[in-house]
Design a protein around this ligand. Structure first.
Ligand SMILES: *[C@@H]1O[C@H](CO)[C@@H](O)[C@H](O)[C@H]1NC(C)=O
Ligand SMILES: *[C@@H]1O[C@H](CO)[C@@H](O)[C@H](O)[C@H]1NC(C)=O
Ligand SMILES: *[C@@H]1O[C@H](CO)[C@@H](O)[C@H](O)[C@H]1NC(C)=O
Length: 240
């Protein structure tokens, strides 16, 4: 075989492989174990073999170019923006980036898993007006000391929100319901206003505040947070 025939065969082989990507699987990352930057973001690199690669990176999520909400690609890094934690249940899956390295066409793929942290909390707010909640958790809330309700409607800071769910209440429901409002994957605090329609069309209202614990305080919010504490202390001293 001459040198040219050899090169020719090589050429054919590389052409037939041009459209195929070699898939290289990187170790799985657990969402909870990813580092959080000062901006509240979680990032990861493609993890390509040739780190001097300067071409385009193509990112896919579960095989689709439609990336999850609250994510972005920044300088070849995949970034989960601040606030992604609240929707972490939507983020598990396969994140894949493809690079055309000199070594070949490779897709580096890794799974991100989210631990089952969907803590469900049953809260009785009958005698309480403040709910201290953990971002991302789900709350089943009782609001009034009644056996039967025929309808519930709530707003958060005056608007309807999608993650407020209500128990199924059939017209002739004889059964009592264990909760009046379910807040799925709680995301922000505010004032909740509810109308509970009781038997015989009586309406009772319930208002309470949600304050997020362990909510992320971004560096831009930090000064405000410090001022708030300082003013609270000053206010306290002046009142004494
Ligand atoms: C992505 O794939 C994972 C499993 O590979 C699956 O659990 C998850 O629900 C998928 N997510 C979406 C949004 O398709
Ligand atoms: C997650 O944990 C909760 C409470 O421990 C459990 O009820 C639920 O079935 C679990 N979900 C999955 C998908 O494992
Ligand atoms: C709420 O307060 C009433 C009256 O003080 C009391 O009877 C009831 O047990 C309280 N409920 C809860 C859940 O603490």
């Amino acid at each position: 075989m001459t040198r040219y025939t050899y090169l020719f065969i090589l050429q054919i082989i590389s052409c037939s492989f041009a459209a195929t990507w070699v898939k290289i699987t990187k170790p799985t990352i657990t969402w909870e174990d990813m580092e959080v930057s000062l901006e509240g973001e979680k990032k990861f690199f493609c993890g390509e073999f040739d780190s001097s690669f300067t071409g385009r990176y193509h990112w896919r999520f579960n095989g689709s170019s439609i990336l999850p909400e609250r994510t972005q690609i920044h300088r070849n890094q995949f970034v989960f923006l601040a606030g992604a934690n609240a929707i972490r249940n939507q983020l598990p899956g396969e994140y894949e980036c493809c690079v055309r390295e000199t070594l070949g066409n490779a897709c580096y793929s890794r799974m991100i898993v989210v631990q089952n942290r969907t803590d469900n909390h049953n809260i009785d707010m009958t005698n309480s007006t403040l709910l201290l909640a953990d971002e991302g958790n789900t709350y089943y809330i009782r609001m009034h000391d009644v056996k039967r309700v025929e309808g519930v409607k709530c707003t958060l800071d005056g608007v309807n929100v999608d993650n407020f769910k209500y128990p199924f209440l059939g017209r002739q429901t004889k059964k009592t319901v264990p909760y009046h409002l379910k807040i799925e994957n709680i995301e922000r605090g505010g004032e909740v206003n509810c109308d509970l329609r009781l038997h015989k069309k009586e309406i009772v209202q319930k208002t309470f505040d949600i304050r997020l614990l362990r909510g992320f305080i971004s560096s831009s919010q930090l000064p405000q947070f410090v001022y708030l504490i300082v003013f609270t202390i000053i206010g306290y001293i002046l009142r004494l």
